[in-house]
Design a protein around this ligand. Structure first.
Ligand SMILES: Nc1nc2c(ncn2[C@@H]2O[C@H](COP(=O)(O)OP(=O)(O)OP(=O)(O)O)[C@@H](O)[C@H]2O)c(=O)[nH]1
Length: 318
């Protein structure tokens, strides 16, 4: 019997809906009577995604690698984290990559001699932000555009998410775009990463694909590095004015690709999870009892401008 544990990698650009999918998949795994383990990789310093999925899974079944990509600077931590997860005897391991990870390099990070006999790559899922795909030219950085393409090339399953934010007549254009990069992957259109998860779980029992063979078909994209992509993390004020803060985030467009964190809002009790992708800003009331913080991810972000902007918002309120 093949005792290798299936790995499902969830790829996709910043804010495309990876954590939303991960949360649903953890729930679905439980409902199937199976045990999930999770490896989450965050580009920023804080484990926001781990915090978001934490109500669904025992903390011992989550490993988090922060402050860099497992496809480059954090490659060496992957084996250690996977070994730790394997000791919990999971039926399946979900890996959520950072939004700027190169899938080819992720597979390489997993192809370590010590773990390759214990795991197999069951599915490479790529989340696509429908709105972002249609406005691809908003990506300032050619390398990031390449990343989006590489994530499409690598996928078995392409989940076009956030279709509530686009004109439905654009679907054929999206399909054409995807097919230019990937001729064979299954394409599913979704909102909030909701679809029939049988397309994920059918592969859990199909132990055919090895980690090393995945990229035999395409290796031309090579190693990408992002010199201008940066994260800035700072403590968050606990009394931000919601509207002024939203305007501040919009003022950082188009350099700001993603912002997230935990904040307190003026005239509102409790703490809020901030989710900002492009021009969409959402504050969700949450139970959160640790230090508040804000993480900004973008291209050529001006740290001084961000620090001063947040400070000035705080001072306006006091
Ligand atoms: N309007 C809309 N929002 C969505 C949809 N799916 C997810 N979101 C929201 O988009 C934001 C980002 O979603 P996440 O699941 O955190 O995205 P992610 O890919 O994990 O983000 P990173 O890990 O930062 O790259 C959250 O506020 C989600 O609630 C959707 O279909 N439509």
């Amino acid at each position: 019997m093949d005792a290798r544990v299936p790995v499902i990698v969830i790829n996709g650009f910043l804010g495309s809906g990876k954590t939303t999918l991960l949360k649903s998949l953890i729930k679905e795994t439980k409902e199937k009577g199976l045990k999930a383990s999770v490896l989450i990789n965050e580009f920023g310093k804080n484990d926001t995604d781990g915090q978001i999925v934490s109500p669904e899974i025992n903390s011992k079944d989550i490993e988090t690698i922060v402050d860099g990509c497992i496809c480059c600077t954090k490659k060496s931590e992957v084996v250690y984290s996977l070994e730790k997860l394997l000791r919990k005897s999971p039926d399946v391991i979900f890996v959520e990559s950072t939004g700027v990870a190169n899938p080819e390099e992720i597979v390489d990070a997993f192809s370590n001699r010590e773990i390759i006999s214990k795991l197999f790559l069951s599915k490479m899922v790529t989340m696509i932000d429908a709105q972002q795909l249609l406005e691809q030219n908003i990506l300032l950085d050619k390398k990031l555009q390449n990343t989006v393409e590489t994530q499409m090339i690598a996928a078995d399953l392409l989940i076009v998410n956030k279709i509530d934010l686009i004109d439905k007549t654009s679907k054929p254009e999206i399909i054409t775009d995807i097919r230019e990069n990937n001729e064979r992957g299954k394409i599913i259109f979704t909102t909030y990463s909701t679809f029939d998860y049988k397309y994920i779980f059918e592969s859990v029992t199909n132990k055919t694909k090895s980690l090393t063979s995945l990229f035999d078909r395409d290796s031309q994209h090579g190693n990408l590095s992002y010199t201008s992509l940066a994260t800035i993390t700072l403590p968050a004020p606990n009394n931000l004015n919601e509207e002024k803060f939203k305007s501040f985030l919009l003022s950082l467009h188009p350099n700001l690709l993603r912002a997230k964190g935990y904040v307190g809002l003026q005239d509102k009790n409790g703490l809020f999870l901030l989710q900002h992708v492009k021009n969409n800003t959402v504050f969700q009331k949450v139970e959160y009892h640790k230090e508040t913080y804000l993480t900004f991810i973008g291209i050529d972000l001006d740290a001084k401008q961000i620090y001063e902007g947040i400070n000035s918002l705080q001072n306006q309120n006091s």
